[in-house]
Design a protein around this ligand. Structure first.
Ligand code: GLY
Ligand code: MN
Ligand code: MN
Length: 422
């Protein structure tokens, strides 16, 4: 659980980054209509949540920075019996003031008027440039005459890079539940089942263990479908002699996990599947071992590419000198994506990879990233040995950077051939 004092301290840290005479505005995510009178499940905007821990829609946080210091104002939906009958209870201004360590709480209905007042004589407005909510449009209109507009998301992103103890606990809890789901999937997998039935089984385990949401739509990809990187249709039938790639992770109290395992439908790897799998697993382990403070993600990427290319040459997928093949980017066809990404409130956590001067941000204690090498052999690729065609393998773990190296937070999720087959 994240305490109110931690949210307050995040707002204070952000306040210190704002220039004098400025206003920063963060909005709750908009509720989205799916079709007539039905809505998508609501999920709070991560930056707004990071600074408030508040899960209601139609809310906003305003930070006012002046010589006197920082003033924080939270705007929430007022109590409204009729609206609450349809859409659920609201906290309301009074309870919000009791709960949140902010200076003022107001009704969201007063936001525009209040902003007009607060923006008077200010120099800079900070807001999230990526959002296109109607409220953002209103804000832009109200602030046209301001001197400067800056993106508040990049300031928050650099704070989100390093996870607090409480955040790490939530990520660990998410991974613990995801472990149960992947192990459940290993037992449940059987030919003639639909991929989406396997997906449902995984998500049932998430929810049964206290994870309200998945962190992203699960990928359950049998055989050649695994070669589509973000395959989320999950509508094919599991075939006996194929592998199924499962990229699924729950979100626990807003914190993500992101795990991929690739397992044989029959329970036993065929010889070619095992050759490819063992190669990717070996690369994954070697890359993880390189993680420590000051190491660079770009170096992990090139190391993974080097190892994978060598592996592909050994298996006859690529032919030639590994160094030259890499120079010509020949390996990209089989490993086209990054070795990993930051993970936190979002599965692809909204945090920077570079400093504003363009230099890469090295790994530091408290960062969490995924390591996910892979190999994708399309069934139509006639240049590779026939026995490998139609196989896609990715193995993904979630790693915490520690003061002396790393902790593989998902090490208990089976990935050795013998353990999976068991
Ligand atoms: N689950 C998406 C990814 O691995 O990046
Ligand atoms: Mn990932
Ligand atoms: Mn993933």
């Amino acid at each position: 659980m994240i305490r109110e004092s931690e949210y307050k301290s995040r707002r204070d840290t952000l306040g210190n980054k704002l220039s004098n005479n400025s206003v920063g505005v963060l909005f709750a995510a908009e509720a989205k209509t799916r079709s007539n009178d039905t809505e998508y499940p609501y999920r709070q905007n991560s930056n707004f949540y990071y600074l408030t821990g508040f899960k209601e829609d139609n809310s906003a946080l305003v930070l006012v920075k002046s010589k006197k210091g920082l003033k924080t104002l939270l705007f929430v939906q007022s109590k409204d019996k009729k609206a609450e009958l349809w859409n659920g209870k609201r906290l309301g201004e009074k309870k919000a003031k009791e709960r949140f360590l902010v200076d003022e709480v107001h009704s969201i209905a007063t936001l525009q008027t209040k902003l007009r007042e607060l923006l008077e004589n200010k120099k800079t407005l900070y807001y999230d440039f990526a959002l296109e909510y109607p409220k953002v449009k209103m804000l832009k209109k109200e602030s046209q005459k301001l001197f400067a507009q800056k993106n508040i998301a990049s300031l928050i992103g650099s704070m989100r890079l390093i996870k607090s103890k409480a955040e790490i606990e939530l990520i660990k809890k998410a991974i613990e539940i995801t472990k149960e789901a992947h192990h459940g999937a290993m037992q449940f997998t059987k030919c003639d089942k639909y991929e989406y039935a396997l997906q449902a089984h995984i998500e049932y385990i998430f929810k049964s263990n206290g994870a309200y949401n998945d962190a992203y739509t699960s990928i359950v990809a049998c055989g050649n479908s695994a070669n589509t990187l973000h395959y989320i249709k999950n509508d094919k039938i599991l075939q006996k002699n194929e592998l199924v790639l499962i990229d699924a992770g729950c979100e626990y109290d807003y914190y993500a996990s992101d795990i991929t395992r690739t397992i044989p439908v029959s329970g036993k790897f065929t010889a070619p599947q095992k050759e490819l799998y063992s190669m990717v697993l070996d690369v994954q382990k070697k890359v993880i071992k390189k993680i420590k403070p000051h190491a660079k993600r770009s170096k992990l990427q090139s190391y993974a590419e080097k190892l994978l290319t060598k592996g592909m040459v050994d298996l006859g997928i690529l032919r030639g000198n590994p160094k030259k093949l890499i120079q010509k980017k020949k390996h990209k066809k089989y490993f086209p994506h990054g070795i990993g990404h930051w993970m936190g409130l979002d599965v692809h956590d909204e945090a920077p990879y570079k400093y504003p001067n363009g230099k890469e941000i090295p790994l530091q204690e408290g960062m969490v990233l995924t390591i996910e090498p892979a190999i994708y052999c399309d069934k139509k690729d006639k240049t590779i040995p026939e026995k490998y065609r139609g196989i896609g393998i990715r193995i993904e773990d979630n790693i915490l950077v520690t003061s002396s190296g790393y902790e593989n937070l998902s090490k208990k999720i089976r990935k050795e051939v013998v353990d999976i087959e068991k």
